[in-house]
Design a protein around this ligand. Structure first.
Ligand SMILES: Nc1ncnc2c1ncn2[C@@H]1O[C@H](COP(=O)(O)OP(=O)(O)OP(=O)(O)O)[C@@H](O)[C@H]1O
Ligand SMILES: [Mg+2]
Length: 473
């Protein structure tokens, strides 16, 4: 769900020339045009060709254009603030993505060198210290990854999620806030709950809204209190309950609290959109939210979500660093513009009678690849000049059989462009920060495909494969 869809009014974003860049479904209804017909249309043209004259009731300046809201003035005013906040989140998200990309490149170098050293015979103490360095670098990678997830509010990016981890991350975000108000936060969520599937940023927003409501409820009547998040699973659904010992929600308001702009906060601190957004986000995930009945005190909000189709738990990732069996007698091409990373990848494949050829620029790699026999191509995605995707697409024309030899190394599987490329191409991907054991496993799966035994290291889609040149390579 794009953030503009979460606005319960007709809304569109226009650029400086008045051209429509995005519009939500309500806007397409108001202007009686299919969403595709609205895109790129000039707002002025639209006004003269529709029967009704719709003037925007409010305009919100954004970093990349102007957001127009259509409807009654009173409703729009309350929304202006919420929208401004959402758009700020979206642009902060773009900045964070760039920073995390840089951090991942640097961490790939640190992890790579640490793993080379760990494979050497070393005095026990040095080895232990080095393991610390390695662990801390992995921890930094996880922090960067979380930052990326939380900053991405607004873009719909569904993935299998562990409910206990989702709850733990949200609880962590609110813990300090709660402590300042003497509110105890209890979490009761087992690690073996079935997985759910969803957009982590949006589902976090749901839990954070519920925790904030609980906290505001308690603080309105008392100076201390208790909030509990409880999760349990059945074969089909996961139920998450957020309970507090505040004033509770009266029976006659059980449904009304989900209505847009319903708020009891008389000091103007609430927009009354928190629970409305929660309900919309959950509906979009095939879930629902209700106020639970028959609780002796306080309020309990009950969220229910369907379990993921393939809901088995993922394998834990904290395996000890270890460089697995090498690749032998292969011709390997490495295309990477980051010098440290280029060296780490090159050294991973050096020796064992391999012939490793490295390139900083995509154009040089292309010139080599169109004429030489190669067993494996390890390439990053983003770099100046001919990037990874362009290189791949050039080879799709010139030497399609080579496409099966690619392993991409990327820190950017999250951007829409890259994700759609991976879906289209079904190329093998290793994520940054790079772990050498993962790189070697991916490389082996690519090389073994030759004998028909290999599997793709990480299959990202089931769409048809690109054509390949029969028998060549
Ligand atoms: N845990 C709770 N305890 C008591 N009342 C609640 C609780 N959660 C929600 N409510 C009631 O439901 C109303 C609507 O909640 P909602 O989150 O939609 O809006 P808000 O909290 O008033 O404003 P906003 O979320 O935009 O800051 C609240 O104003 C409050 O009256
Ligand atoms: Mg609220």
């Amino acid at each position: 769900m794009a953030w503009i869809e979460s606005i319960p009014l007709p809304a569109m974003r226009i650029d400086a020339r008045g051209r429509i860049v995005t519009a939500n479904r309500l806007a397409s209804k108001l202007f009686e045009r299919a969403p595709s017909a609205l895109l790129n249309a000039l707002l002025d043209d639209l006004r003269t060709t529709t029967s009704a004259v719709h003037a925007p009731a409010a305009e919100v300046p954004l970093a990349d254009g102007t957001l127009l809201l259509f409807s009654e003035g009173a409703l729009v005013k309350g929304l202006q603030q919420q929208v401004y906040h959402l758009s700020r989140l979206a642009s902060a998200g773009r900045l964070v993505a760039v920073v995390v990309h840089e951090i991942n490149n640097a961490l790939s170098g640190i992890l790579g060198y640490a793993q080379f050293l760990l494979a050497q015979p070393l005095p026990t103490e040095v080895h232990r210290d080095l393991e610390r360095v390695h662990e801390e670098a992995l921890r930094t990678a996880r922090v960067a990854q979380n930052l990326l997830r939380f900053s991405r509010g607004g873009r719909d990016d569904r993935a299998p999620l562990r409910v206990d981890e989702l709850i733990a991350r949200c609880a962590e975000l609110k813990r300090r806030d709660f402590a300042l108000r003497s509110i105890r936060l209890g979490v009761d969520a087992a690690g073996d709950l079935p997985m759910i599937e969803g957009d982590e940023a949006l589902l976090s927003q749901v839990l954070i809204n519920l925790l904030t409501n609980a906290q505001q409820g308690i603080s309105a009547v008392r100076e201390h209190g208790e909030v509990t998040i409880k999760a349990r699973g059945t074969r089909r659904r996961v139920v998450i309950e957020v309970s507090d010992d505040g004033p509770g929600i009266p029976e006659h308001l059980r449904d009304r609290v989900f209505e847009p702009f319903f708020t009891s906060r008389s000091d103007g601190s609430g927009t009354g959109l928190g629970l409305t957004l929660c309900r919309e986000i959950l509906r979009d995930h095939g879930g629902e939210i209700r106020v639970a009945r028959g609780r002796p005190r306080g309020a309990t909000l009950r969220v229910s979500l369907p379990v993921a189709i393939n809901s088995s738990l993922p394998v834990p990732t904290a395996s000890p660093p270890q460089i697995s069996a090498p690749i032998e007698r292969c011709r390997v091409v490495v295309v990477e513009d980051e010098p440290a990373l280029r060296e780490v990848i090159t050294r991973t494949f050096s020796g064992h009678e391999n012939h490793v050829i490295t390139f900083e620029h995509g154009d040089d790699a292309l010139r080599y690849l169109v004429r030489e026999h190669v067993d494996l191509v390890v390439s990053d995605i983003h770099r100046p000049g001919l990037d990874g995707i362009q290189l791949y697409e050039e080879l799709a024309r010139a030497r399609p059989a080579l496409l099966r030899r690619f392993v991409f190394v990327t820190g950017d599987a999250l951007s829409e462009e890259t994700a759609s490329f991976f879906r289209r191409s079904r190329a093998t991907v290793v994520r940054k920060p790079l772990r050498l054991d993962e790189l070697l496993r991916a490389a082996r799966s690519v090389i073994e495909q030759r004998s028909g035994q290999g599997e793709l290291f990480r299959e990202l889609s089931r769409e048809p494969e690109l054509e390949t040149e029969a028998g060549a390579s």
